[in-house]
Design a protein around this ligand. Structure first.
Ligand code: ZN
Ligand code: FE
Length: 254
């Protein structure tokens, strides 16, 4: 199986999985890069997976469905271009011989879902949309800090070798913020220089690995004393308050 991030807009990735004949794409905000990849690789588009309703994730859905007949899967509780197979926690999707479990991960949007495959070529695979980024998390447009914490906890509990396929190349700016939160985190400093080198060569920093995210991503580390301290909340044992404070700090951070 092949896993490719197709660059779209300025910093989106449309993830494509293909077996040399058939393909699946996740969050096609733009149809053009997908049509190009299908043509270049001689693939038929079998299915589209959508994580949430934002236009940079669904903008290409109608054109791709119309041209290819691909079946569209998406969140049960959001407005996504119909027709749609509606999914929520506990459901599963079978594509290209792989089974993906659906996880409800509200926070960035109210009905955001993620897709998790426990074994793709020997390791787990996660499509998490705008919920978890490398070194960061999505903005809270529709959900509460408590919802986002619960969603991130759910993702953080997946196996350490899970490949984390996020929809945006936000890694360098996320890591700059993460270093402000945890200037003494050696793993974070090491990962930052690796990512800077990748971006200097024009290469994606993704997919990330979940074990690494648990070591460097402040939004997965709200129960670590130094992180809670940096968030400057009254009760440092209040993980929701720490997450809320970090998210607000990040919104202002340049
Ligand atoms: Zn979004
Ligand atoms: Fe997005």
């Amino acid at each position: 199986m092949n896993l490719l991030p197709l660059p779209a807009f300025t910093d989106n990735y449309i993830w494509m999985l293909h077996d040399g004949r058939q393909a699946v794409v996740v969050d096609p905000g733009d149809a053009a890069p997908v049509f190009q990849a299908l043509e270049r690789l001689g693939l038929r588009l079998a299915a589209i997976l959508v994580t949430h309703h934002h236009s940079d994730h669904v903008g290409g859905v109608d054109a791709l469905r119309e041209a290819t007949g691909a079946v569209v899967h998406g969140p049960a509780r959001e407005r996504i271009p119909e027709p749609l197979v509606r999914l929520a926690q506990g459901d599963a999707v079978d594509v290209l011989g792989l089974r993906f479990a659906v996880l409800d991960v509200p926070g960035h949007t109210a009905g955001h879902i993620a897709y998790y495959c426990p074994a793709m070529d020997g390791a787990p695979l996660l499509f998490c949309g705008d919920t978890l980024f490398s070194g960061g998390c999505g903005r809270l447009f529709e959900g509460t800090p408590a919802q986002m914490l619960h969603s991130l906890d759910q993702l953080a509990a997946l196996p350490g070798d899970t490949r984390v396929c996020c929809t945006h190349e936000y890694t360098l700016s996320n890591l700059k913020f993460a270093r402000a939160v945890e200037p003494g985190n050696a793993a974070l400093l090491h990962y930052s220089s690796q990512c800077a080198a990748l971006r200097a060569r024009g290469e994606p920093t993704l997919p990330s690995r979940l074990a690494l995210e648990r070591d460097i991503n402040p939004f997965l580390r709200v129960r670590v004393p130094t992180v809670a301290q940096a968030a400057q909340v009254k009760n440092q044992d209040d993980a929701v308050a720490v997450l809320a404070a970090l998210r607000e700090w990040k919104n202002e951070f340049r």
